[in-house]
Design a protein around this ligand. Structure first.
Ligand code: FAD
Length: 468
């Protein structure tokens, strides 16, 4: 069939996976075009995910810290929240970053095309632009980086402005008085952290018997305790079965031991997971296999079952995280450019940027037990960290898991302020095959929270002496 344009490499989706792949491929000499339905680069992460959520979490943290310090002799009074200004600032952070990406694309002569792409054949995609035009783009190779969308619940009304998903919650249209957060995973709890500090009374409903189901229970405990006194309710092992829009609010039905059968909320945030976009791209026209759930299967070179069709990021599976997408994007670009490359990361860290933060990498203790691994652990409670106490916080904990035969680190979990930054050291240690002595003998600066990683290793070795 005909085509309006032809490129060497088409990248479908301009999120962290897509733009990274496009830039790397251009640096390696390929002629690259990026197509995205949005009119800015950056995908979910920069536009409606990682970045705007972290900006708002910073605002929440400032409010929380002023409240904490009020107990220690430093009072600022109640915060005056100018929602319009706060929203502008958050939007400004996003605008600056996506503008930066546009500049980087231009520098590299990566061409961009706004529109929704659909495969017509193994070597052609039809792009329908917002302006009503369609462009058929032919390509030698393609990287599918179309990401994921929030899961919708069939029994929750979709056209009511009081029903939010992560995207509309980040728009910060209003601060509801009583907010129900459906889903106690990372995204739900991050948004709960924001809205709680802005003044909403929060109820969290989670189907599993703990919040952040992927992390160890002991790690999640300090977070659960922190929010239990601040939120109206956290209902675990509870199912939401219906939501009805009324004049008084959203009347929500629940099934769970502690939850009421019905309660009325001013807004409901649905944060029950994300669904990959694999089913809406017409991939059958290209002969690419898509799973029932909408995921594409790839090998370690990020190739699908059709060799010139690569896929990366949320659309190829869990964990749906930006840093995974970025690394996969590099590999796909390098392979497309004929370089020997493969995705072989040992571990991918996960972080909930809640207050306190929860971060983990490698095997969790739950997984180590389930797999029957011979492991030992070293734990350092932050109540003995001088730095933590001088931040006014004592509930944190650093836990490092080791293989008892080799003493090598196999996993780590950290809860406390800045846990997300601290987990990077454990990820590096695992990639390098470090053992407990390597970590314990590394001199960490004092007084920092990073010391707790060294001390956890020393606790495992039985050489821990210093407590500050
Ligand atoms: P995406 O970022 O999903 O981008 C895909 C792009 O493809 C989109 O721009 C979309 O418009 C486009 N697209 C889809 N279909 C088509 C089509 N047919 N034609 C044209 N374009 C199309 N991850 C982290 O690592 N850290 C965090 O702190 C974090 N916070 C998050 C907070 C929130 C609220 C959310 C929702 C997510 C968060 N994530 C976070 C997850 C992170 O955003 C994703 O893992 C990441 O964006 C996935 O990147 P990707 O390259 O797969 O594609």
């Amino acid at each position: 069939g005909g085509e309006d344009r032809h490129v060497g490499l088409l990248v479908l989706g301009a999120g962290p996976g897509g733009y990274t792949a496009a830039f790397r491929a251009a640096d390696l000499g390929l002629e690259v075009m990026v197509v995205d339905g949005r009119d800015t680069l950056g995908g979910v992460c920069l536009n409606v995910g990682c970045i705007p959520s972290k900006a708002l979490l910073h605002a929440a943290k400032v409010i929380a810290e002023t409240k904490e310090m009020a107990e220690h002799g430093l009072s600022f009074g109640a915060p005056e929240i100018d929602l319009d200004k706060l929203r502008d600032w958050k939007d400004g952070v996003v605008t600056r970053l996506v503008g930066g990406l546009a500049g980087l694309a231009k520098q590299r002569k990566v061409s961009t095309l706004q529109g929704t792409g659909r495969f017509l054949s193994p070597h052609r995609v039809e792009v329908a632009g917002a302006d009503g035009t369609t462009t058929v783009v032919g390509f030698d190779q393609v990287i599918v980086a179309a990401g994921s969308e929030p899961v919708q619940l069939p029994f929750v009304p979709h056209d009511d402005p009081r029903v939010l998903d992560s995207t509309s919650a980040l728009e910060l249209a209003a601060v509801p008085e009583r907010l129900l957060v459906l889903g106690g995973g990372i995204i739900g709890l991050e948004m709960a952290t924001v809205y709680a500090e802005l003044g909403s009374r929060i109820t969290v409903v989670e189907l599993m018997d703990q919040i952040i189901p992927g992390a160890d229970k002991d790690l999640v405990k300090p977070l659960a305790k922190h929010i239990s006194s601040r939120y109206e309710n956290v209902f675990l092992s509870t199912k939401c079965t219906g939501a009805e829009a009324t004049d008084k609010g959203l009347v929500v039905s629940m099934e769970g031991k502690k939850a009421p059968e019905q309660d009325t909320f001013d807004a409901v945030l649905v944060a029950v997971g994300r669904v990959p976009n694999g089913k809406v791209l017409g991939l059958d026209a290209a002969g690419v296999d898509v799973s029932d759930r909408g995921f594409l299967t790839v090998d370690e070179q990020m190739r699908t079952n059709v060799p010139h069709v690569f896929a990366i990021g949320d659309i190829v599976g869990q964990p749906m995280l930006a840093h995974k997408a970025v690394h996969e994007g590099k590999v796909a670009a390098e392979v497309a450019a004929g370089k020997p490359s493969a995705f072989d990361a040992k571990v991918i860290p996960s972080v909930a940027y809640t207050d306190p933060e929860v971060a983990w990498v490698g095997v969790t203790e739950t997984e180590a037990k389930a797999q029957g691994l011979s492991y030992g652990s070293g734990t350092f409670p932050w109540a003995a960290s001088g730095r933590s106490l001088s931040l006014g916080r004592s509930e944190g904990s650093t836990k490092v898991l080791f293989d008892t035969e080799t003493d090598r680190i196999i996993g780590a979990g950290i809860v406390g302020p800045a846990a997300g930054d601290l987990i990077a050291e454990a990820a590096l240690a695992i990639e390098l095959g470090a053992d407990a002595a390597d970590i314990g003998l590394t001199i960490h600066p004092h007084p920092t929270l990073s010391e707790t990683v060294g001390m956890a290793a020393e606790a495992f070795e039985g050489t821990l002496t210093d407590l500050y």
